[in-house]
Design a protein around this ligand. Sequence first.
Ligand SMILES: [Zn+2]
Ligand SMILES: [Zn+2]
Length: 776
Amino acid sequence: MDDRVRERIRVAGVVQGVGFRPFVYTLARELGLTGFVGNDVHGVFVFAEGPPSLLERFRTALSEQAPPLAVVDEITATAIEPRGDETFEIALSDSSGQRATLVSADSATCVDCLAELGDPGDRRYRYPFLNCTNCGPRFTIVTDVPYDRPLTTMAPFEMCADCAAEYHDPTNRRFHAQPVCCPACGPELRLTDSTGAVLPGDPLDRTVAALRDGEIVALKGLGGYHLAVDAANPDAAATLRKRKHREEKPFAVMAPDVAWARTLCEIDEHERELLESRRGAIVLLDRRPDAAVAEAVAPGNRQLGVMLPYTPLHHLLLAATGPIVLTSANLSDEPIAYRDAEARERLAEIADVFLGHDRGIHMRTDDSVVRSFDGRELPVRRSRGLVPEPVRLRRELPRPVLACGAELKNTFCVAKGSNAFVSHHIGDLENYETLRSFTEGIEHFERLFDIAPEVVAHDLHPEYLSTKYAAEREDVELVGVQHHHAHIASCLADNGESGPVLGVAFDGLGFGTDGTIWGGEFLLADLADFRRLAHLERVPMPGGDRAVKQPWRMAVSQLLSCYGTEPPGGLEVLRRNEPQLSVITRMCEGGVNAPRTSSAGRLFDAVAAILGIRDAVSYEGQAAIELEQLADREERGHYPVALPASGTLPDPVAAGAASPPLSVPAGQLVRAVVDELRAGQRGEVIAGRFHNGVAELIARLCERLRDATGVGEVALSGGVFQNTLLLRRAVDALRRRGFRVLLHSNVPTNDGGICLGQVAIAGERDRRGGNSPERG
Ligand SMILES: [Zn+2]
Ligand SMILES: [Zn+2]
């Protein structure tokens, strides 16, 4: 036994609750190694003994052949004295001490489970809750750590003898699969009316019949309830839209499989991968003109959000129905309903029947939404299936950080070491329900990942509920982070970079360091600090928040700033709003209740209203989204903007009032839009040229800023870059000029990604030994 060696091997990452120990066990036995494998607070540990060449193969296989749900971050091996074990075994879990284990995300039904679901000879044939170590619920059912059955919502279900045998057998696919169950011992489906009275008959068959009859079904999923209707039934879709009140956002559709999805949308190779990913996200796809989907599903939209079945229940249902609408079960602006009684109460006026079950949901989690861009994934909403997988930080944080995020599309982040745990989508922090989700979510994450934040980062906006929450935390160091700096830092962290970079932050509204409202910003930024080099010229926002809801107000404001009180004749937007024009004009001119903003989002709103797309919106950014929908994507012309002469550029080194940021005359784009509109040009062409004009403006200004700073990397972030036409044109225009362009791929470009930037900034300042206030 001379050539035998023994190693202590550590595997870090998402390696618990994902079948890693059985995998190690099987691998070691195949190679004839002896020793044991176990879980502890730091991840998986292995003691393995055998010939050096086999140990090397073993270590390579540990990362290369890891189970599908595992994420191996690091493998370290230390040689120790051989002991002469005779077998290889699985050691019992050790759950004492400090927690460092990673809970994995919920995962779509795996191929093996699907095969069992459709096999009449299998004891789980057509069982809606089957799962294994490679798939099933995780984050949504975990109530506490360590991840073990008693600390999940499966705790009340006692395993039958068959399930227990599988659970304890290291060679079985269900070894230590915490949610393991079967028809004999697991959860059951239940079809009820809104009073909770159980309806007779087979729940699944009756649900299929209800959908066929055009009824609205409230369906309990992994992270909460959905509302479902037959996607091809115009009356059902229209009724659902009506009952959900004021809701104008497009509904997502679940298609039975990729072939079905291809009848609805154009799907390339990367998009197919996104659809079939175990994350089960909604993928935004270009809709086919002949898609058999009711008009009310996504009115006037070129795109459709499509997902595939990601639970056994979905698979069983969809096999009998064809595509269904599957939209979060809530009234507008409320969080998704997830508790049975609460769902029945809140949805009583919306749903006809309720298909629920007795497996509890602990953490409500919306569907994730992603899209493909240049063959990479752009997250739009990062939630079920992705959370709580951490984003890895390039450098370790000196102290644990909590970042509270922003106000709209809120997410928060708790971070320690090099792991940043970005939360699931919380929503708009403007009512009690979402605020409760936010505070309970933070408590849950802190416990789950054993993080006690010593540094708390927040937005500079004093009225955000997330800022107020931060101020109430005791015994922590508070770090205020400017909104657009956070956007750019988020993009840097998303790419594992630290800058300096030219940051183009285009979004709705964010509080500036000068107390004004920003949103069309060109920053020179790194993770510690930034300088505001330029911004879109400021215009009044008459009525403040009301101008967000009523884009026509921004149109009037832009027209006033372009033409004074003598705008050219024939503009419909002015005629339509004639009765209120004099009031709005006075607000703009007097500066009363009309804060000035450099927001790019509001510029898009103004142009949408001028083109007659809409005067009022039901959700933030709606007019801008519809402007993108209108634009002719083949149009290559663009409206020019004359940039100020080079001599007026700010000195990037000198700070303070001596060198104010450059104001970019974006109003020239508005003039061009007005000229072409009056000349009878088609709206599709104007919208296209406007988009191209904004992209050219970005690229040409960045060129100037590169000359002044020597920085040749550009980071694009902010909600406006969810507009893929603008993003496409801006990326192309920048690359043509030799820029390296950084985009998001782990967190959204919208405010849902802000918290990651806040973490990166708070950490970097902490590392440098002081949290100086943002100065811009
Ligand atoms: Zn499975
Ligand atoms: Zn069982």
